[in-house]
Write a protein that binds this ligand. Structure first.
Ligand code: FE2
Ligand code: FE2
Length: 200
């Protein structure tokens, strides 16, 4: 697992992010990362301002995707990353925790707000911070896969009201489709319940 943590940063953050993905032969994931950063700046245009460090979190959010699927559990065990029973059923969800670990250990990110935005970019959680919401939304708005166009447009539309309405839209979609999801994570369910109560 050393190969994922052995990387010398030069201090040029954006260049280092690029080199890290390319070193692991993950051009697609690097390009996705750039798309997410672009979406974050779109969000900024739309709502006026974004949280400090949100862009750094976007650059780091999928670093953990470089870890091969069949090495995810081993990486987590070696690095003392908690694996819940439901995560064991779908280890790819652990990439958000692995990203946090790489951002911290390899890229020297110490800011807890940024680290949590990375850590919860897929599932969210009860009472997420603004930066956590921004990174999650930028990630979802970057989706280009077929079948997600309507959801992406609806999230964009809800964002005209607020970040909170936009994330509630996304979480409601998960709730409505929970029977068909490979995993409806406990943290996502709690985030949904939190925002639903907030907006009644
Ligand atoms: Fe991700
Ligand atoms: Fe992503």
């Amino acid at each position: 697992m050393e190969k994922y943590l052995n990387f010398e940063i030069t201090g040029d953050f954006k260049k280092d992010i690029e080199s890290y993905f390319l070193m692991h032969d993950e051009l697609d994931k690097y390009e996705h990362t750039l798309d997410v950063v672009r979406e974050l700046y779109n969000i900024e245009k739309q709502i006026g301002s974004i949280e400090q460090g949100s862009d750094i979190a976007c650059y780091c959010h999928d670093l953990g995707r470089v870890v091969d699927n069949d090495e995810i559990l081993e990486f987590c065990i070696e690095n003392n990353i908690e694996i819940t029973d439901e995560e064991k059923q779908m280890p790819s969800i652990l990439h958000q925790k692995i990203s946090k670990r790489i951002a911290k250990s390899v890229f020297g990110i110490e800011d807890e707000n940024i680290l949590n935005a990375i850590r919860y970019h897929t599932t969210s959680r009860r009472q997420p911070s603004k930066i956590e919401i921004e990174v999650l939304l930028a990630d979802k708005l970057s989706w280009k896969e077929e079948g997600y166009e309507k959801l992406v447009n609806d999230i964009r539309e809800a964002l005209k009201h607020s970040r909170e309405k936009a994330i509630l839209h996304y979480l409601t979609d998960l709730e409505l489709n929970k029977e068909t999801l490979p995993l409806y994570h406990k943290d996502s369910r709690e985030a949904y319940e939190y925002f639903r109560e907030k907006f009644v």
